[in-house]
Design a protein around this ligand. Structure first.
Ligand code: M6R
Length: 360
């Protein structure tokens, strides 16, 4: 049932605080997280693969692993596995991330890696689905069933789970102290509250902005570093649901080509993580877009120094950069939802898409 909401998607956006609490609770009592860390610690190399939204969560994992544990993971889009296969050997590990656990591209990549001797860690939302069944170990988000074709609560819960995997692994390897672990964990344990605030603060504005956005044909979603996977997820939502052409790329790339498209009124969403470094480098990117007349939509912490730069400002709660997907994604989910419904589309069943893609 839609629980009083007009669409499953809106219901599932609003379920995120609950889904995050449940996932957090599940992790706190699950020895599998430690076992997965051990497999990673014994591995020579770490690969992570997925499709669509789950791929964006995988990118978050790779950035967090590098910044917190000082270890490089290789993320790749599941359907591209063939290009990575020649280097895979025993002693490698592949983390396969799939909400449904049934995505054929991800399953094929997992099988091929396994055949070459890699260990498999599955991250899924569906207990005993195909990918977890074929893996050495399975970690589960507890988002509950997701009916809307667009992934929402499964993305934020995946990033929460994968962040904890990074922390547990970093602690096991001695890359961080127990006191540092506790500090990160404290930030992550605010996830539910952060998501609830982010949703409450942005819903009204998302509704309003959709009235202007529905007239646009094309837009950019820009960020850097820890904000980029979240910007990519924002672009995917507006594409899938509102059928607006949206491109996401690292903001520093603008001057290497994409800025040629920018003219008066061209919408550019900037995802700004809470971090002085990102605020500083993104300021220049915002200004170069403004100079060409771009319509600047900021998704940024309430206390950002960039507030005055934005034509529209989605305020999100101020928190650690590790929680960027949890704080910054909800406004973009809502923006896609309201633009879709305003244009008369069904956000639960976007054209040409299936919830689970079981063909290659
Ligand atoms: O079930 P999975 O996580 O393996 O699905 C992967 C993609 O098909 C999925 O995320 C897709 O991109 C969604 N429609 C995104 O909203």
């Amino acid at each position: 049932s839609k629980g009083g909401y007009p669409h499953f998607m809106l219901k599932e956006i609003h379920e995120q605080p609950r889904a995050l609490v449940d996932t957090l609770y599940g992790l706190s009592s699950d020895p599998t997280l430690r076992e997965a860390s051990k497999i990673m610690a014994e591995a020579r190399r770490v690969f992570i693969t997925a499709a669509g939204t789950s791929y964006h969560a995988s990118l978050h994992f790779a950035v967090a692993l590098s910044k917190i544990a000082g270890v490089l993971a290789t993320p790749f889009v599941a359907s591209e596995y063939e290009a990575y296969l020649p280097v895979v050997r025993e002693g490698d590990v592949l983390i396969a991330v799939s909400q449904s656990g049934e995505t054929m591209d991800t399953l094929k990549a997992a099988r091929a890696f396994k055949e070459r001797g890699a260990k498999l860690i599955a991250v899924s939302n569906v207990v005993d689905s195909a990918i977890p069944r074929e893996s050495d170990i399975a970690l589960y988000t507890r988002a509950g069933p997701e009916i809307g074709v667009a992934a929402t609560k499964t993305f934020t819960t995946q990033t929460l789970l994968l962040s904890f995997l990074v922390l547990d692994y970093a602690l096991l390897r001695g890359a961080i102290l127990k006191s540092e672990y506790d500090e990160y964990a404290r930030e992550l344990s605010r996830a539910s509250d952060l998501a609830a605030k982010s949703i409450a603060w942005s819903e009204g504005l998302a509704k309003k902005v959709s009235e202007m956005l529905r007239l646009k044909q094309s837009m950019y979603y820009l960020s850097r570093g820890v904000g980029l996977p979240t910007a990519m997820e924002g672009a995917l939502k507006i594409k899938e649901l509102a059928y607006i052409h949206a491109e996401s790329y690292p903001a520093g790339e603008s001057k290497h080509g994409p800025i040629a498209l920018v003219e008066e009124g061209f919408p550019v969403v900037f995802v700004v993580p809470r971090d002085v470094y990102y605020e500083k480098v993104l300021l220049g990117n915002i200004q170069e877009m403004k100079a060409r007349g771009a319509w600047i939509i900021g998704v940024a912490p309430e206390d950002t120094s960039l507030g005055e730069q934005f034509d529209l400002f989605f305020r999100v709660p101020s928190s650690h950069w590790l929680t960027t997907p949890i704080t910054h994604t909800p406004p973009m989910q809502l923006l896609a939802y309201y633009t879709s419904t305003l244009k008369g589309y069904d956000p639960d069943k976007p054209r040409n898409l299936a919830k689970t893609v079981t063909v290659e």
